[in-house]
Ligand binder design. Structure first.
Ligand SMILES: O=C(O)C(=O)C[C@]1(C(=O)O)C=C[C@@H](O)C=C1
Length: 274
């Protein structure tokens, strides 16, 4: 089986993939961006992909949410991964020499307090490990990557300051995606739906949420993403703490469809904490 994830070597996505699939002999397909991971799975270049979808400090990873909207993909598992972000520099560099920090946007956002207090500039890269690789290749002592301890090892960089994220208790939720909707043969603990109202009227969101309240379905995640067609119109991601095998979940879907909403079941899955 071929699994796609965000590279280069040293990314959090790689750590999550290697640990989640530890007992399997897989071929790995490293991608340059999160969008490339989604496309690799949709185009059949990879059988599965691992992408970050939410971080406990920064919230939803919009690139992934929008990718799930655009691509015909399913979620088959979720992985909760602890994230600790460090300032990686060339060996011998000092903290007060650094004038710029490099990383992927969600990681820069997780370190907003540190960046603001240190009055350094920030520059976007496609992954934490791409930033670490650039620090290594460019041989500059005035820049630092915000990345993992693993990336420091891979690129032989020094951890000049550790644990710089705004909150020490930091986790990123990844999802395992595939092109096929895997049969829900055994009970699962969660279900992700994408609900797109076909009409815009006052109270449309509360009418959706009331369905879950009425059926005592606890929601673990709700996210709205713009339709990108008209200001103020949205798609809603809803994650429920019930599997698709449960009657009340199917009832909720039937009622939402009867209300005229477009409902896509993105998957029913279990959680793995790494
Ligand atoms: O850049 C990486 O190392 C990734 O795997 C991506 C990513 C993300 O975009 O959320 C994953 C986990 C961390 O939250 C920081 C970066």
């Amino acid at each position: 089986m071929k699994v796609a994830y965000l590279g280069p070597q040293g990314s959090f996505s790689e750590e999550a993939a290697l640990r989640y699939f530890a007992d399997q002999q897989n071929d790995w397909h490293k991608c340059d961006s999160i969008v490339d991971v989604l496309e690799a799975v949709e185009e059949g270049i990879a059988d599965k992909g691992i992408v970050p979808i939410e971080n406990s400090i920064e919230g939803t990873i919009n690139i992934t949410a929008d990718g799930l909207l655009r691509h015909d993909l399913f979620v088959e598992a979720e992985i909760i991964f602890p994230v600790s972000l460090h300032l990686l520099t060339l060996k011998g560099a000092a903290l007060d020499e650094i004038s710029e920090v490099w990383s992927i946007v969600p990681a820069l956002a997780q370190c907003r307090d540190f960046i603001r207090k240190s009055k350094v500039k920030s520059r976007q890269f496609d992954s934490t490990s791409a930033a670490a690789q650039a620090v290594k290749n460019q041989e500059r002592k005035d820049v630092a990557a915000i990345a993992s301890k693993y990336a420091a090892e891979v690129f032989d960089l020094q951890i000049t300051k550790s644990g710089i994220q705004d909150n020490a208790n930091n986790h990123t939720r990844f999802v395992v995606i595939s092109k096929e909707n895997t049969e829900v043969s055994e009970p699962k603990t969660k279900t992700m739906l994408l609900i797109s109202p076909t009409e815009d009227y006052s109270g449309v969101l509360s009418s959706i949420l009331n369905v879950f309240t009425a059926l005592s379905i606890n929601l673990t995640w709700i996210e709205s993403r713009p339709t990108k067609k008209q200001l103020g119109t949205y798609h809603f991601f809803v994650e429920a703490q019930n599997g698709l095998h449960e009657e009340k979940m199917n009832k909720a879907i039937t009622i939402l469809q009867a209300f005229g909403h477009d409902v896509r079941v993105l998957g029913s899955y279990n959680t793995t904490k790494l």
